[in-house]
Design a protein around this ligand. Structure first.
Ligand code: NAD
Length: 358
């Protein structure tokens, strides 16, 4: 029996192909993982009549660790995003996404090594919304008029933005602890406290308080619009960014753009008892079964999982093998080649090249 038991969701579309490569790589670094393979998404919907069977949920709960390939969310099918559901079900309050530029990737930048730590439970993402012209919306508009004297137009829809001291403290502390564990030098808190004083202002106040308990880590804050500009002008100045939910969402994709797109972005959703690791791209259904796409994002998610397990040496070996293959630029998928270059290899062949370096 292996040292770890991990729920594995091979996913939809290109999911099974990239999963196969990643599983082989993880087996090659011999940390002792037993896979508990479970179904979710389209396949589960066809087989079991639900995109997220109870059996899959129970497996994640039991194992506490899950590696998940992308799942298709059919438009207008009536079921909610499984990713959002899992986040809420297991209270995965952190979304952790490292963005490192590997030489050989096509990008405009030279040095990028950022980590976005995003709050995952509240902010405008809490899903508390009032539809335009509904009685409860009118009551809310009346309440706002009575308590603040401010007039909201009667034909408005309203989304609430709760930001709590509790969740802010938890995510900011995670950011500092992550920085300590991973020998990072600086944490930057991102906000718009100049405008939203009672939500982002609270986030910033808590960030300053927590920062004072970590004197060995440099701390600074940035207003989110300025942060966006700074990241595209001088990303090398930044290190760990701790963000409320919405800014974290937007800046994560901006950072993915700095390091060559979603094909190079793996992430983790982490709670007290459960952590789910995933590629951040989708299931790219048009490439399903074509042995075409880049397995790197799911591999980076797996590397993050190894770090989380405390298997740092295996994580570094795997990362180095991937970095070598990408730098060499020979056995890489189409997205890593110059436009018009027809020498790309398939998912499996890129996987073989990585394996040969382990
Ligand atoms: P997508 O990320 O699946 O694909 C967009 C395009 O990006 C693809 O057509 C392809 O050109 C490129 N691409 C994506 N992954 C790649 C890879 N590994 N290598 C090379 N190129 C790659 O986004 P989409 O088309 O908007 O979504 C398809 C489905 O995936 C939808 O059902 C969506 O809901 C779902 N989705 C799931 C997740 C998840 O499970 N975490 C995330 C995003 C989207």
């Amino acid at each position: 029996m292996g040292k770890y038991r991990v729920t594995l969701i091979p996913g939809d579309g290109i999911g099974p192909e990239i999963t196969e490569v990643v599983v082989r790589c993880l087996e090659a670094v011999k940390v002792g993982i037993d896979w508990d393979v479970k179904s979710a998404g389209e396949e589960a919907l066809e087989k079991y009549g639900t995109p997220l069977p109870e059996d899959t949920i129970a497996s994640i709960e039991r194992n506490g660790l899950c590696l998940k390939a992308p799942l298709t969310t059919p438009v207008g099918s009536g079921y909610r995003s499984i990713n959002v559901y899992l986040r809420q079900r297991f209270k995965l309050y952190v979304c952790l996404r490292p963005f490192k530029l590997y030489p050989g990737v096509r990008t405009r930048f030279e040095k990028v090594d950022l980590v976005v730590v995003r709050e995952n439970m509240e902010d405008l993402y809490a899903g508390i919304e009032y539809r335009c012209q509904q009685p409860e919306t009118r009551r809310l508009i009346d309440f706002v008029r009575e308590t603040t004297g401010q007039e909201i137009l009667a034909d408005s829809g309203i989304s609430l933005k709760p930001i709590s001291e509790t969740n802010s403290e938890r995510i900011i502390r995670f950011g500092f602890e992550y920085a300590l564990r991973n020998r990072r030098r600086k944490v930057t808190a991102v906000h718009k406290a100049n405008i939203m004083k009672y939500t982002d202002g609270l986030f910033l106040e808590v960030a300053r308080r927590v920062a004072s308990q970590y004197p060995q880590i440099e701390f600074e804050d940035r207003i989110v619009d300025n942060m966006a500009m700074q990241l595209v002008q001088k990303p090398e100045l930044y290190d760990v960014l701790v963000c409320p939910n919405l800014y974290g969402d937007i800046l994560s994709d901006l950072c993915a753009g700095l390091v060559g797109g979603l094909g190079f972005s793996g992430g983790a959703n982490i709670g007290e008892d459960v952590a789910i690791f995933e590629a951040t791209h989708g299931s790219a259904p048009k490439y399903k079964g074509q042995n075409k796409v880049n397995p790197s994002a799911l591999l980076l998610a797996a590397i993050l999982m190894l770090e989380y397990m405390g298997e740092a040496a295996a994580a570094r070996r795997l990362e180095q093998a991937l970095a070598d293959v990408v730098r060499e630029g020979k056995y890489v998928t189409y997205d890593l080649k110059e436009p018009g270059d027809s020498s790309a290899v398939g998912t499996r062949e890129m996987g073989e090249a990585i394996l040969s370096r382990l």
